[in-house]
Write a new protein. Sequence first.
Lengths: 349, 379
Amino acid sequence: MTLSRRTHPRPLDIKNGRVDLTHGGGGRAMAQLVDELFVAAFDNEVLSQGNDQGAFSVPGGRMVMSTDGYVISPMFFPGGDIGSLAVHGTVNDVAMAGAVPIGLSAGFIIEEGFPLSDLERVVKSMAAASKAAGVPVMTGDTKVVEKGKGDGLFITTAGIGMVPPGIDISGDKARPGDVIMVSGTMGDHGVAVMSQRESLGFETEILSDSAALHTLVAAMIKAAPGIRVLRDPTRGGLAATLNEIAAQSGVGMEIRERDVPIKPQVMGACELLGLDPLYVANEGKLICICGPDDAQSVLAAMQAHPLGVDAKVIGVCDEDPHHFVRMKTAIGGTRVVDWLAGEQLPRIC
Amino acid sequence: MKYIDEYRDGELAQQLAKSIAAEADTARTYHLMEFCGGHTHAISRYGLEDILPANVHMVHGPGCPVCVLPVGRIDAAIWLAGQPDVILCTYGDMLRVPGSKRLSLLKAKAEGRDIRMVYSSLDAVKLAQVNPDRKVVFFAIGFETTTPPTAVAIKQAQALGLTNFFVFCNHVLTPSAIAQILDSPEVRELGTVKLDGFIGPAHVSTIIGSQPYEYFAEEYQRPVVIAGFEPLDVLQAVRMLVRQINENRFEVENEFSRAVTRDGNTKAKALVAEMFELRKAFEWRGLGLVPYSALRIKEAYAAFDAERQWDVPKDSPPDNKACECGAILRGVKKPTDCKLFGTVCTPENPMGSCMVSAEGACAAHWTYGRFRDTKAQDA
């Protein structure tokens, strides 16, 4: 759950409004729903950190907890499925605090009539992902709803982890002058999923980047314990995530279009579909913001890890009272990289 | 990416910008209207204004298909979606366009109406095929580019013997809209809107060709350069327009020669002519009633015409009083001249149509360019 800490021109219309797809799109409409309804109601210090995980003190150190629901359609896609994604996504949310993930819970909401063979395939893939990550599923829950009241299978996972001593990573810690990096190419997951959608049916060899990033994070904080911000750019992509951080930290940002790594196939698919790859979801990439003195060592640590070989510095944070994320375009102009308005791709995770 | 990167080359862009600056006469200004939303988007998306000389001004035109559709037609589509057994389908951008009473297709969908987004008109035909007990209405919008696909969909529905596929036709025509702008009092008599030349449509021109623009280049003595939607296309077109204006020429030139011919796509044009006829007049948001500016389905294909199948409401509710979309679509005002811009009207909660599509002048400026306004304020 990420908060934007921004004001919205018009409050939610609780009396007459209805939830529409934009409220789940990772853009401003979702941020508003979270701010004005959930955060307002649950109001507490941990939630108000505004990160994808809540950090709190326990005897013996600091822990984090995170939860995420998975409703992706189609359930099976090149490079993964809803099961592996439910492990990777939540492990990553825990890891983005610099924490070492300890364990997961898993809740299954299954629609009557769902083939057991598909369920087995999902569960086996989930088990394999959890084993590979070394993060066990420790508890779970199963619910079945009548036919027509769900869409096959939804999974919710929660994760907990321990933050190593001396690590303090949060979305509100970016400072002017800090360096912005990404761990690899942007948009692979969203395009891989889109390519499987019935109505599009274009052929591509792009695989989802779905992966657990906690070992990459461990290598990075070993190189530079002072990393200020980590976040995985999932729904809403790089653009939404940078805007969240800029608003949370109260800084501006300037990135360079030329330096944002994007696979040519992803670029091609986005051209065809009229999408901007900066807004397309990733499930195995992270954004890292650190002080300029740490940049080289963090970058080297990322590039030395198999999940960070394409890591790149893409820009810097600066002072800007409006917290704009700006981009130097390839032809030498400047534009805003705004929040996503509306819904670019429904049910991408 | 091959055949795309070549048109987004940073060094070439700088060279072109330099040559425009060298050729532009510093003693005068150049007001160039890009008709198409595709160009508006490219200008904002790539920050082209940053590299153009200060005396070259881009004026955003009305060529954004979802922007020019009046409130009444949106209301009519919402009404159609509420008729028994109807599945209404349309292209994505249309879903968020506000109708009257702050309703939109997206909100009507959340209230339970069966409204679906399609990527192609043929997907709508497929929907009719797999839902024989439902009535599938394709809310067809757009300029000459999207008209042939609608015609193909009707052809296909006919070949499949479908009796449950209908088209709510809202296709509009580019040349009549340009003529309407040039005939407007602001341009002709008052001179409050300066228009020295036009960047002509890219995709529309692949269908209609460059020939239809020849009339008003001569009649209204304004140069037209047809250009592609990539940033270098736009810069090259600006250079060609600056040259024509300097040399006092009013010709139709074609920068987009890799896709546009003088005659256009004759096959597509023949198909459109077979299926559609001109409406006597059609209401455009911002331009009002424009004579012979839109198409309707011919009698021979009446079985597929939603307007003949249902008694579609013909009300024409006004825009929000404070909304300046009308003036913005005519080039009379800029997005920042509107009181609603960025206050209550944003892409999340659009009050006017120019804030909906990424091709709309307001959405393009808000999404890509608004840091310049605050820079000016802060200074």
